[in-house]
Ligand binder design. Structure first.
Ligand code: SF4
Ligand code: SF4
Length: 392
């Protein structure tokens, strides 16, 4: 990052070219049949809007639905428009896709702009296809091969559901054996389903899973990277959040839907009560904050200041994800992110191990007898992870 970027407040604009998706994942809450595809004129309007919006560095993430449904022609025009139209904002790009629609033309243009790809796999083929849809695994792997042949970087997100968490050992082994970085999401209750909780991972189970993954990661650090554990450890060790869930995302994250409506995040796209404005009106940051949806997001921040004020993790956790907290209650702020329980569990686990190991080495330095540790020999040491993060 340049000196200029360091002094500024980078922001994130998610572009949702369509909410359509060719897959039918069982727990999906973010796709919509018959969704329109963003026009290239709309990308021009995004450029016009952002020219005077802020002078901070921007990252654009193409998200969906399935963003590659927009086709090669869209990206061949959109990427230069955004890059050269907004040169002062030093744009970076990312893409979240299931890779089914990747073609050589698309791979070429994505490689030209060095766009890192996030994709999704829930583990071994049978388990993945049960949750995501028949034939998903093969289609995604075909796209993965094509992406790699074009030198594209691909990382997979693994969604753990109430079903797949029973097979956590197999999933971890799958990612490790295939030399894939593991990033995980807990399945959320789907607001678009008749059975919203069917696949959702409960906060208790999510907490157990995170501690399991912490142990497995520490035991196998030379063979796998578990991104979420890195993120949680950075929060505890530096006192700062580095992913959107663990910062106040509301001032620095926006999403633009296929029709040019602006939302607080891709998770709200298509929910009319969360529209903050429209790119054709070129709203200022102040305009967006003062919109009804913007005010609701700010109220969440104030709510966190109250509800979490006794929590020692508030500085970086900030009440977790506002979408998780408010979307299910029709915009009413009734609490913080329900995964609070899981966050606290993993934050405490990391902090506790770190403190114990630090005290142990201090005692040794001072020639004091080493304190008995109930867990000694059971929990893998956390210091190798601390050293790894410090050296990155
Ligand atoms: S609403 Fe949640 S997912 Fe969206 S930017 Fe904020 S923390 Fe991230
Ligand atoms: S861990 Fe829970 S109580 Fe603590 S800041 Fe996060 S959401 Fe709030």
């Amino acid at each position: 990052m340049t000196q200029k970027a360091r002094q500024k407040r980078p922001f994130h604009v998610m572009i949702i070219p369509t909410l359509g998706c060719p897959s039918k994942c069982a727990y999906c809450w973010s796709s919509e049949v018959g969704s329109p595809v963003m026009s290239i004129e709309m990308v021009g309007s995004i450029v016009a809007w952002l020219k005077d919006f802020r002078s901070d560095p921007v990252t654009f993430t193409f998200h969906g639905g399935e963003p590659l449904l927009a086709g090669a022609d869209f990206y061949q025009k959109a990427l230069p428009l955004l890059t050269y139209g907004l040169q002062d904002l030093e744009p970076n790009f990312a893409l979240q896709t299931n890779l089914w629609k990747l073609t050589p033309d698309l791979a070429e243009i994505l490689a030209k702009y060095k766009i890192p790809i996030g994709s999704s796999l829930d583990g071994p083929q049978e388990l993945n296809d049960l949750q995501r849809s028949e034939g998903y695994y093969e289609r995604t792997m075909r796209g993965y091969e094509l992406a790699r042949n074009h030198g594209l970087q691909v990382q997979f997100i693994c969604t753990f559901t109430s079903h797949s968490v029973q097979f956590k050992e197999d999933i971890f082994k799958f990612f490790m054996d295939n030399r894939l970085t593991l990033k995980l999401h807990p399945a959320l209750p789907s607001l678009k389903s008749y059975e919203p909780d069917r696949w959702a991972l409960s906060p208790e189970k999510y907490g157990d899973l995170l501690v399991y993954l912490l142990d497995k990661y520490l035991e196998n650090m030379d063979q796998i990277e578990v991104r979420n554990i890195n993120d949680y450890a950075r929060c505890v060790l530096t006192g700062r959040g580095t992913v959107c869930t663990f910062v106040d995302c509301m001032e620095n994250t926006f999403a633009v839907g296929p029709d040019g409506s602006i939302y607080p995040c891709y998770r709200y796209v298509g929910m009319l009560e969360y529209v903050m404005g429209h790119v054709r009106d070129r709203p200022s940051q102040e305009d967006l904050i003062q919109s009804a949806a913007g005010v609701r997001m700010q109220r969440f921040k104030e709510h966190v200041d109250q509800e979490c004020k006794g929590c020692k993790h508030i500085r970086y956790c900030r009440g977790g994800c506002p979408y998780n907290a408010i979307a299910r209650s029709d915009g009413e702020i009734e609490g913080v992110d329900p995964h609070c329980l899981a966050y606290r569990r993993i934050f405490e686990e990391i902090a506790d191990r770190f403190d114990q190991e630090m005290m142990g080495s201090l005692d040794m330095d001072m020639g004091l007898p080493v304190r008995p540790k109930a867990e000694k020999g059971i929990r893998p040491a956390i210091m190798p992870l601390v050293r790894k993060l410090a050296s990155n």
